[in-house]
Design a protein around this ligand. Structure first.
Ligand code: KIV
Ligand code: ZN
Length: 385
């Protein structure tokens, strides 16, 4: 089994979510939880971006024990110097240098030619390598970059000392087949003296960030970047909890594992949701409130007989206490009787029949039936039992 590394950028790309702003104390709290979760590398921030970011990267560098702490830098010496300062006390520091390589970014944003971009990569990756053992390079907007030029940019970074190559789908443009093929092409065509870690970095504009990350793994990537709960610019980043759990549940298929402690997943998600102020949608995979809830009668009956009928993930695997069988108009008698039992009621067959009818009538008018509704509903039948 291959071991896939996890790179968390909740505090950098995740903080680019409109309206999200973590203070240093919150960042350290999240960082320590990520370490407990089993994250290999945390991108603690973009030290040149602000004094606050610099101090947060510094504080996380001091606090983190096991995981590598990374700081982001553009291809500019002042960025690299600032990252070096911020990461000085990290036990395992890493720099993440990036430069865009797509035609639209080079022409309009950077106003640089291909030759200038390659020269800048060479100069700045080499400059970073003089200060850091671990240098990561990202060709920003890689998936809209012409393939042969992307290979040149990646090879230039490797020749200058980068040992981690991250391929960002900056605008969430690619799809699993195309992104997987891009990894196969790059991995198959680079020349390197030492082992190069290939990493995926996906955005979710077309809803494919998790699928794209998994396709990258299938095609040789051994590191995945993303955020907790998938927070980030626009539609967000790859939700790491989804990739981690997908690898675990489908290890028969991916033949890969991670160092993540799965039982810490829900807790990690809760902390990020609370401190970011970005609520997790109820139907979100793995950690949403409905991820382990079954409402229809057929599903509830199946789950009560054997949870495996409708649950591929046990709630306990990700740190959720148990599943839920909320009662609604589609619920059946099996779940109704089970719920009454939990509330301490045991009705005669006749009373049960009447209570179930009243429950169905009420459920037709109300979205969800609460415990209080049930107690009120069976009160008549219970009297005289
Ligand atoms: O999405 C992106 O391209 C990035 C880079 C800075 C890696 O976040
Ligand atoms: Zn990004």
């Amino acid at each position: 089994m291959r071991k896939i590394q996890f790179f968390d950028t909740t505090l950098r790309d995740g903080e680019q979510t409109p309206g999200v702003n973590f203070n240093t104390k919150e960042k350290v709290q999240i960082a320590l939880q990520l370490e407990k979760w089993g994250i290999d590398t945390i991108e603690a921030g973009f030290p040149i971006a602000s004094q606050g970011d610099f101090e947060a990267v510094q504080a996380i560098s001091r606090a983190a024990q096991k995981m590598t702490v990374a700081g982001l830098a553009r291809c500019q010496k002042k960025d690299i110097d600032r990252a070096y300062e911020a990461l000085k006390e990290a036990k395992h520091p890493q720099i993440h240098v990036f430069l865009a390589t797509s035609p639209v970014h080079m022409e309009y944003k950077l106003k640089m030619t291909e030759t200038e971009v390659l020269a800048s990569i060479k100069e700045h990756v080499a400059y970073a390598k003089e200060r850091f053992e671990k240098v990561q390079f990202s060709p920003e907007d890689a998936t809209r970059t012409e393939k042969a030029f992307l290979l040149k940019a990646v090879q230039t970074a490797i020749d200058a000392g980068a040992t981690i190559i991250n391929i960002p789908d900056t605008v969430g443009y690619t799809n699993p087949t195309e992104y997987g093929a891009l990894f196969a092409y790059l991995i198959g065509n680079i020349q390197a003296q030492e082992e190069i870690i290939f990493s995926s970095h996906c955005h979710d504009d077309l809803g494919m960030a998790t699928a794209n990350a998994l396709a990258a793994i299938e095609n040789g990537a051994n590191r995945v970047e993303g955020t907790v709960n998938g927070i980030g610019e626009r539609a967000g980043n790859t939700a790491l909890e989804e990739v981690v759990v997908a690898l675990h549940i489908r290890k028969d298929y991916y033949q890969a594992t991670s160092g993540i402690t799965l039982a810490e997943t829900k807790h990690t998600s809760d902390i990020v949701a609370r401190l970011s102020g970005v609520a997790v949608p109820r139907n979100k995979a793995v950690i949403g409130a409905n991820a382990f809830a079954h409402e229809s009668g057929i599903h509830q009956d199946g789950v009560l007989k054997n949870p495996e009928t409708y649950e591929i993930i046990t709630p306990q695997l990700v740190g959720v206490k148990n599943n839920a069988l909320p009662l609604g108009k589609l619920s059946g008698r099996h779940a109704f009787v089970t719920k009454l039992g939990e509330l301490g009621y045991q009705l005669s067959e006749e009373a049960l029949k009447a209570a179930f009818k009243r429950f169905k009538d009420l459920a037709d008018k109300k979205k969800q039936i609460t415990d209080q509704d049930l107690i009120a509903l069976v009160a008549d039948e219970v009297r005289g039992e």
